[in-house]
Design a protein around this ligand. Structure first.
Ligand code: TYM
Length: 342
């Protein structure tokens, strides 16, 4: 199970990079907006994916639970098809170059830019008792994650678009000030699935930290629970199965179905024309449960194999560190830090 090769250290191909915070479990939103695309892109690009454990520390965590969640996320990513023979996969905190680069980028980012970020404002409102420095500095760490490698494409959901724009601004500013250093990355946002909404409030994003467990489904959830949540999903008035602004519930379910089945929303509308809401919700639930079955099964297998998880994580961190240290050395030189050949 542990064939790990060095393919990704060849920097000639375009680099794809993305991360996920280990909070809760990987939801349908994370899967359709990001992780399923990571799996597809690793076939074509040099791919780097990580568990963004340092990002998750911006909110208070119980240490033992957090450690478990980090391991669980690592196993969930493998179960979702991230293949260590094709991608570099690691824990962000195991590669110190991320935070080292962050410091230098901090000195090239304005407080005004960071404090304008929508997620900073939302999270500050949600955690008013813990508006820590990390919360505001979060997008600069994200910029460091991306710019540490010669990343061209960043597969994310629409909610990360603003952070990507800041990353691009920082990269361009640095390149103008110090000469060509960073590749300016592009977001890769899927046409269908970029924003999956809550099953209970289809005007809000599906979030893994939503305390209402009926609002989301997880990739490792058992089939009966997935079906129950879809049967309870909030729909709209009327009985047409069409995607329209005044029908956010039905639009969300059509989007989920289309993204899971690899179809367009129009095709999904045609498929369910004339069908009742109840039958439609069951069909969407079944499609999701079917997609998640192998993920759930593989997840338990991976989670039980701690030696394998450690081997993959160590090897991933080693490769990421080798690649990142080259960029970091270049950046240090550019800003005028003294270095001696080692
Ligand atoms: P996170 O952990 O909140 O989410 C992981 C990925 O899932 C996407 N996503 C969604 N897509 C569609 N519908 C939804 N309801 C939905 N909810 C979440 C997110 O857009 C994301 O792509 N800051 C990042 C993690 C990160 C990162 C990075 C990403 C850290 N460093 C560098 C890219 C590059 C985050 O909190 O994602």
């Amino acid at each position: 199970m542990s064939e790990i090769n060095d393919k990704v250290t060849n920097e000639k191909k375009q680099i794809v990079l993305s991360g996920i915070q280990p909070t809760g479990t990987i939801t349908l939103g994370n899967f359709l907006g990001a992780v399923s695309n990571w799996g597809k892109m690793q076939e074509e690009f040099d791919s780097i994916f990580f568990v963004a454990d340092l990002h998750a520390l911006t909110v208070k965590r119980e240490p033992a639970e957090f450690r478990q969640a980090c391991m669980s996320f690592f196993a969930q990513l493998l179960a979702c098809g991230i293949d260590p023979a094709k991608s570099v996969l690691y824990f962000q905190s195991h590669v110190h170059e991320h935070t080292e680069l962050q410091w230098i980028l901090n000195c090239n980012t304005y407080v005004g830019e960071a404090s304008r970020m929508t997620q900073f404002k939302d999270k500050s409102a949600k955690h008013a008792d813990n508006i820590n420095m990390g919360l505001m500095d979060y997008p600069v760490l994200m910029a460091a994650d991306i710019l540490l490698f010669r990343t061209s494409l960043v597969p994310v959901g629409i909610d990360q678009k603003q952070h990507l724009e800041l990353t691009r601004d920082i990269a361009v500013r640095f390149n103008n000030r110090y000469g060509d250093t960073f590749v300016v990355p592009e977001p890769y946002i899927p046409a269908t699935g970029a924003k999956i909404c809550s099953l209970q409030d289809p005007t809000a994003k599906m979030s893994k930290s939503d305390p209402d467990a009926n609002a989301w489904v997880s990739v490792i959830e058992d089939e009966s629970s997935v079906m129950k949540k879809f049967k309870r999903a909030v729909t709209d008035s009327g009985n047409d199965i069409v995607a329209r602004d005044d029908k956010p519930g039905i639009t969300n379910l059509l989007t989920i179905y289309a993204a899971i089945e690899g179809k367009s929303v129009e095709q999904a509308e045609k498929e369910f024309a004339g069908v009742g809401y109840g039958t439609f919700k069951t069909a969407v639930g079944e499609a999701v449960a079917e997609k998640f079955r192998p993920i759930r099964e593989n997840y338990h297998r991976y989670l039980d194999d701690k030696a394998y998880l450690a081997e993959v994580a160590r090897e991933g961190a080693r490769k990421a560190s080798a690649m990142g240290s080259r960029t970091l050395a270049k950046v240090k030189r550019k800003v005028g830090l003294v270095s001696f050949d080692r």
